[in-house]
Design a protein around this ligand. Structure first.
Ligand code: GAL
Ligand code: CA
Length: 329
């Protein structure tokens, strides 16, 4: 009797376990940190784009790679048709790719670029991002234009630009390339440079504030410009500068960021942020979603199907755009 019950149970449940009873298809979206302003905008764009299409399930790793690995395993177990990943640690991409390859679940990474070796492990792996070097060049051009138009920006009159750097997460391609090309571009425009301080603000506004506070404590009178690797840290820096009397009574400090987030744009309009570079969250989200949706349908994505150009068979590059403000005072 008991044996029969067991067999009956197995017969009924078998289709469930073997996928015989089809679950709703979905695309899993694994995000490194929901509290990151720019990433939240990409996430919202993915969600908006999915309306009427294959639905998405979006999860937050809160900056823990282990959490994210578990979330990706759960997506695979739940039968995800494709997975979009904004990895916590981009050097962990290889492990994620291998896991998805074993279960034949295609992958689209965005914003945190896996190294080439990992990308070439499997052909169903794509990347959506922006060319970080370009954003560094554009940020530098905004500052250089200001410098040449405003002789008083050379506060100590030595003909050298004394500046400070608030960098993003260490090891992130955007941190390294934005910084490198920012400096290279200023030099190529004939500006002599003296970097007073640099530190990481981890892309985070309150860390950007702390870092700027300590720069001010060391060199308030020497600093002539601030470059933050993103808007959130630039906004933190502006707050710290305001507490030292900048942006009122004719005291100005050129601060340049990158992203053009909602709050970045406000600072641009109220004249505290000298300029920023638009990092196109909307189109990065759309491209990632449409790549994943094509892959989820078992098709090889084409430019026509996703509406974006695919380079080298697996990369979609969304261009940056300079956004100089009218903070010229
Ligand atoms: C950058 C962006 C930063 C931060 C980072 C996260 O592209 O400018 O604000 O969101 O990505 O990986
Ligand atoms: Ca100077």
């Amino acid at each position: 009797m008991r044996k029969h019950v067991l067999i009956l149970f197995l017969l009924i449940s078998l289709p469930l376990f073997s996928g015989g009873m089809k679950e709703e298809p979905f695309i899993g979206v694994a995000i490194y940190d929901f509290s990151d302003s720019f990433i939240a905008e990409v996430r919202d764009s993915i969600a908006a784009e999915s309306e009427g299409g294959i639905p998405v399930r979006i999860v937050d790793a809160a900056r823990r790679q282990q959490t994210q690995n578990g979330q990706i395993e759960a997506f695979i177990e739940d039968g995800a048709s494709a997975i979009i990943v904004n990895s916590v640690d981009r050097t962990a991409s290889g492990v994620i790719i291998e896991k998805c390859m074993q279960s034949n679940v295609p992958l689209v990474f965005f914003n945190r670029e896996p190294v080439k070796d990992d990308m070439s492990k499997w052909d169903k792996v794509y990347y959506v991002g922006a060319n970080a070097a370009d954003s560094g060049r554009m940020a530098a051009d905004i500052l250089a234009d200001y410098w040449f138009q405003h002789p008083e920006a050379d506060r100590n009159g030595d003909g050298v630009l004394q500046f400070v750097l608030i960098k993003g997460e260490t090891g992130h391609q955007d941190t390294e390339l934005r910084t490198e090309y920012f400096i290279e571009t200023l030099l190529s425009r004939g500006i002599r440079l003296d970097k007073l301080h640099e530190d990481t603000g981890e892309w985070n506004r309150s860390k950007g504030y702390d870092v700027m506070k300590s720069f001010i404590a060391h060199s308030e009178d020497e600093i002539e410009a601030v470059f933050a690797n993103n808007d959130d840290m630039a906004l933190g820096a502006i707050e710290a500068l305001q507490e030292s009397g900048f942006f009122s009574g004719g005291r100005f400090m050129p601060v340049v960021g990158i992203d053009g987030t909602g709050s970045g744009m406000k600072a641009l309009q109220n004249g505290t942020l000298l300029g920023t570079v638009y990092n196109d969250a909307v189109n990065q989200g759309k491209a990632a979603y449409h790549l994943a949706a094509e892959l989820a349908e078992g098709r090889i994505p084409t430019d026509e199907a996703i509406g974006y150009e695919i380079t080298d068979g697996r990369y979609v590059w969304i261009p940056y755009r300079p956004l100089p403000g009218d903070a010229e005072q």
